[in-house]
Design a binder for this molecule. Structure first.
Ligand code: BDR
Ligand code: CA
Length: 358
C-alpha cells in the first residue's frame, strides 16, 4: 500500500468511494471473512486483492480441489499469503475431491502448477494442522453471525462443513460465491466450472438458507484483464505488485496465444470486490437451483424470477407434480451487471499500491 495515503484516502483512491459515494465500511471495523479457494491464477489475484483490502479481517484461507489438486492449490495459497506479507493467516487443506464425483481439473486454464506455469518459490510458511472444514466450523462458531465466507472454487468444503454441522448456516451472515451463470457455462454449454465440478455441494449450499450472493459468468466475463491493467501493475514497486504484474502479463499472453480473447477474465477477484463494494454490480433476487441429474447439464444454475417453480415432466404414471411451488422464494442475489471500469480501478490501485489512472 502507498504509505503516503491514510486508510480513508487509500479506500477512496482504490475505487470504493468513487462517484461521491463513500461506503460505510470506509470508517467501520474490518469485517471477518474466510476465503475458500482453489488457486488457480485468478484465485491468486483474488487472494492478493483481499490481502490488500483493509476492510477485511481474513480469519483463514481454506483450500479445495478444483483448478488443480488440493495440495497444489495449498502451495499456491501459502505463496500468496507470504507474498502479501500475512504469514500469520491460517491456511488449511480441505477436500481433495468432490462429494460424489471424480475431480475434473482445469490445467488447460491455469497450467499444471495453477499459476500459469510461472515459477514462484515455495513458501516458508506452513499449513495449519486443522482440516479446512473443522477450521471453518470453529471460526464461525466462535463468532456466530460475524464471519462471512467468500468462495472462489467448488463448494465442497462449505457443503462438508454444513453437512457435519447444519446449525452453522444460520451463523453465517453472508456468502459471496464466484460460480454459476444465467447465460451459459464455460465448461459445458450449461455449467460454470466451480458448480460443474461439484454440483451436489452447490446444491447443499444453495438450499442452506445462508444469505448468498452469486457472482457468476454473467458479470465476470465482462471483467477482462487487459494490457493497460498489466502496465499499471508493472509500475508498482513491491512484492504484491510484482507478483500481480507477472501473473497479469503471463495471463494476457496465454489468453491471446490460446485464442481466448485479449486477456483472462478476473472471475474470482470480482467476487472479492463485490464483497468489498456490492455497488460494483447490479444484484437481483432469484430462486436458483442446481441441476444435479442431467447427463449433459449437471452444474447448471437454473434461475426463477417468477413462479411457478416447475421441474422436468415426471415419468409417465407418476403421481408427482412437475410444479414444486406456485410462488418464487428467492434464495440468492445474482449479479447481473457490473461496472467493470470501477472494478479495475479498485483492483489495479490496490494491487499496485498506487492510485491508478486507467
Ligand atoms: C472459475 O473457475 C476457475 O477456473 C476459476 O478460478 C474461477 O473460480 C471460473 O469459472
Ligand atoms: Ca477459482
Amino acid at each position: 500500500m502507498d504509505h503516503h495515503l491514510n486508510r480513508r484516502q487509500f479506500l477512496l483512491a482504490s475505487g470504493a468511494g468513487l462517484a461521491g459515494m463513500v461506503p460505510p465500511q470506509a470508517a467501520a471495523e474490518p469485517r471477518d471473512v474466510i476465503i475458500d479457494t482453489d488457486p488457480g491464477v485468478d484465485d491468486a489475484f483474488a487472494l492478493l486483492l483481499a490481502l490488500r483490502s483493509p476492510e477485511l479481517r481474513i480469519r483463514a484461507v481454506t483450500v479445495v480441489a478444483g483448478n488443480v489438486p488440493a495440495p497444489v492449490g495449498l502451495g499456491n495459497a501459502l505463496r500468496m499469503v507470504e507474498i502479501g506479507g500475512r504469514p500469520d493467516i491460517p491456511v488449511a487443506l480441505g477436500a481433495i475431491k468432490p462429494l460424489v464425483r471424480r475431480l475434473v481439473l482445469a490445467y488447460y486454464a491455469h497450467g499444471e502448477n495453477g499459476l500459469g506455469g510461472l515459477d514462484f518459490p515455495e513458501a516458508k510458511v506452513k499449513l495449519v494442522a486443522e482440516p479446512a472444514t473443522e477450521l471453518i466450523r470453529r471460526i464461525v462458531r466462535q463468532r456466530p453471525g460475524q464471519v462471512s465466507l467468500i468462495t472462489l472454487g467448488p463448494l465442497t468444503n462449505i457443503a462438508l462443513a454444513l453437512r457435519s454441522d447444519p446449525e452453522l448456516a444460520r451463523m453465517i451472515p453472508r456468502l459471496v460465491l464466484m460460480g454459476g451463470s444465467l447465460s451459459g457455462g464455460n465448461v459445458t454449454p450449461a455449467a460454470e466450472f466451480n458448480i460443474y465440478v461439484d454440483p451436489e455441494a452447490a446444491h447443499i449450499v444453495f438450499h442452506a438458507g445462508i444469505p448468498l450472493v452469486m457472482v457468476g459468468l454473467d458479470v465476470t466475463r465482462k471483467a477482462v484483464l487487459r494490457d493497460e491493467h498489466a502496465r499499471a501493475l508493472e509500475a508498482g514497486q513491491d512484492a504484491v505488485s510484482g507478483a500481480a504484474a507477472r501473473l497479469a502479463r503471463n495471463g494476457i499472453e496465454r489468453a491471446q496465444r490460446l485464442g481466448w480473447g485479449p486477456g483472462p477474465a478476473m472471475h474470482d477477484p470480482l467476487a472479492v470486490a463485490t464483497f468489498l463494494d456490492p455497488t460494483l454490480v447490479t444484484l437481483r433476487p432469484y430462486f436458483v437451483d442446481v441441476e444435479t441429474a442431467g447427463e449433459l447439464t449437471a452444474g447448471q444454475t437454473v434461475a426463477y424470477r417468477s413462479g411457478p417453480v416447475r421441474g422436468s415432466a415426471p415419468p409417465d404414471g407418476s403421481p408427482l407434480s412437475e410444479v414444486r411451488s406456485e410462488a418464487v422464494q428467492p434464495n440468492i442475489e445474482v449479479a447481473v451487471d457490473v461496472d467493470a471500469a470501477r472494478f479495475f480501478q479498485m483492483f489495479v490501485t490496490r494491487l499496485s499500491g498506487k492510485a491508478a489512472s486507467l
